[in-house]
Design a protein around this ligand. Structure first.
Ligand SMILES: Nc1ncnc2c1ncn2[C@@H]1O[C@H](COP(=O)(O)OP(=O)(O)OP(=O)(O)O)[C@@H](O)[C@H]1O
Ligand SMILES: Nc1ncnc2c1ncn2[C@@H]1O[C@H](COP(=O)(O)OP(=O)(O)OP(=O)(O)O)[C@@H](O)[C@H]1O
Ligand SMILES: [Mg+2]
Ligand SMILES: [Mg+2]
Lengths: 254, 254
């Protein structure tokens, strides 16, 4: 597989990190080892999988010292590689944010790193539309937008759709996207209402798979594990496996 | 009352906006009309209570044109005032972030606005430690940290505690704080585990009140309402009323 995918929603706490972690693990379990990129200065994904002690060992070094991405990659237990984040990444917006070419650097870096063999790339970001998250969108041209089943997350997704359309104007290129309902609680009327509004608004761009609210998904980070290692029989594991199947069979991921 | 309080946690989706909204409404219902300040460029609180159509009518104008805060205040149905946010606030970090005095501007602005009568001030921010959220901490010296009952939010709170201690060094002044467990689900073992770790780590700084996971709290934003107006008999309403009672009786809020 060689697809690059940015997982982004400007709303906080909607399941971006949870999705990169478990979609990545689902790929690895199929023998398709992915590269996971943590572009969140709060480094939640890295804290779960492979924390690093200094900015020099993280994606910050790519921006500050042009370190090749291949040198920054770390192995992850479930058979993936990780480009770790670090709090020093907070400086990227202020230090390099005004540079004319900064938004294209990540794409170039990934092209260099994968000049030979390809592997799918999943990118996690913080909930803010800044240099790092924009770089993930520019580097991939393909976005998966998790939306927790509540109104404020829906609002964030609708705003993001407008932003993506504006970006397409600038990029003169389509940004492929899928919207993913997460933290879905079938007992709540609100979950179903959000689902209905998303179907109306996004149609075929809304994933048919919905990730259920499943406590095992919230537990696995504390153990440094993905859902398949922590609770393979859980609803959360089934849902992320089903999501991968859907994204592969519809060609959104390859 | 004249307390100023920043509601902050660098983790996304932990209930910052929900807490400012409903603690503010609880104060208003006691006849203590608060000023709510939305410093989140995504303007969720403003979207619920009083959206504005341009940056010029928002807190952005305070930073870009030194508009007096009194001119930017809007009335809120439940008997409060709001200083609205707007997406243009995203520019504050890049445009004014390097200015030496920018972190103290909000405090000065509030001092000018309240030279006469005092009212409590609650400040909502985005989940990132940048110019705006730091300004809210500098303007108040008092922080309420919502922590949703999951490990990634706990991790954010522990990191924030370290940041606050570092800030105290710089400010040469204590930053008063309370930690507030939110989205607590008594049926989940994880909720109780997080609770135990917070008691051990924060002791008396942990609020005794825990905000339960209560779907009414997630519904009220879609109606532009606070919890007391939307579902006064709900667990969410009782919990935020109880939180106000605790903060007043312990003197954290006055
Ligand atoms: N389907 C789910 N069921 C139960 N808990 C979930 C689910 N998805 C995510 N969570 C939990 O909800 C919290 C928020 O999820 P997560 O951190 O992945 O969101 P995020 O969008 O990456 O947040 P941020 O904006 O802070 O980066 C986490 O504690 C996570 O473990
Ligand atoms: N106690 C609760 N019970 C049920 N739902 C809640 C509760 N607290 C918050 N929510 C819902 O969870 C979502 C996240 O809460 P909220 O937006 O207030 O967090 P936040 O910290 O302000 O997020 P952000 O970091 O994006 O600003 C919202 O949809 C909100 O309505
Ligand atoms: Mg995350
Ligand atoms: Mg908020």
């Amino acid at each position: 597989g060689c697809t690059r995918l940015a997982v982004f929603n400007q709303k906080g706490g909607v399941g971006k990190t949870t999705t990169v972690l478990n979609l990545g693990a689902a790929l690895a379990r199929r023998g398709i080892a992915p590269l996971l990129v943590d572009l969140d200065p709060q480094a939640h994904l890295s804290a779960i999988l492979h924390p690093v002690g200094s900015g020099a060992q993280s994606m910050f070094a790519f921006y500050s010292d042009s370190r090749p991405l291949a040198e920054l990659m770390r192995s992850v237990d479930f058979g993936a590689r990780l480009l770790p984040a670090h709090p020093e990444l907070l400086k990227v917006d202020t230090l390099y944010g005004k540079g004319p070419g900064v938004l294209g650097l990540l794409k170039d870096g990934l092209d260099v790193a994968f000049a030979g063999a390809q592997q799918p790339v999943l990118i996690d970001s913080c909930p803010m539309l800044g240099v790092l998250s924009l770089s993930s969108i520019f580097a991939t041209g393909r976005v998966l937008v998790p939306i927790s089943a509540d109104y404020l997350a829906l609002k964030g997704a609708l705003q993001l759709e407008n932003t993506l359309r504006a970006l397409e104007h600038v990029l003169k290129k389509r940004v492929e996207r899928r919207y993913l309902l997460t933290r879905f609680d079938t007992r709540r009327r609100m979950s179903h209402e959000i689902g209905t509004r998303l179907v109306e608004r996004f149609g075929a761009e809304l994933c048919e798979t919905r990730i259920a609210e499943s406590v095992a998904l919230a537990e696995s980070p504390s153990l440094g594990r993905d859902i398949f290692s922590h609770a393979p029989q859980s609803r959360g594991a089934r849902d992320y496996e089903q999501l991968l199947e859907e994204l592969l069979s519809t060609g959104f991921l390859e």
